[in-house]
Design a protein around this ligand. Sequence first.
Ligand code: SF4
Length: 68
Amino acid sequence: MEPLPCRADPDAYFRSGTRPAGARLLCAGCGYLEACAAYGIGDARLAGVWGGLTEGERRALRRRATAA
Ligand code: SF4
């Protein structure tokens, strides 16, 4: 498997307020996309982009899951 794109520049992914466009693009081709997104959704303390999802997007998914 290819090296994880986020390993080359973790600050571009895992910091609050990071600009998500570049990270999202690289996440889209990552073999761990779904698992990473699920992990990011599961832990509200995580900052930045996980599995191509921003903090706000993960928060919204958590809210929807709680409301359902
Ligand atoms: S999907 Fe997750 S593991 Fe893959 S590049 Fe994005 S942040 Fe890194």
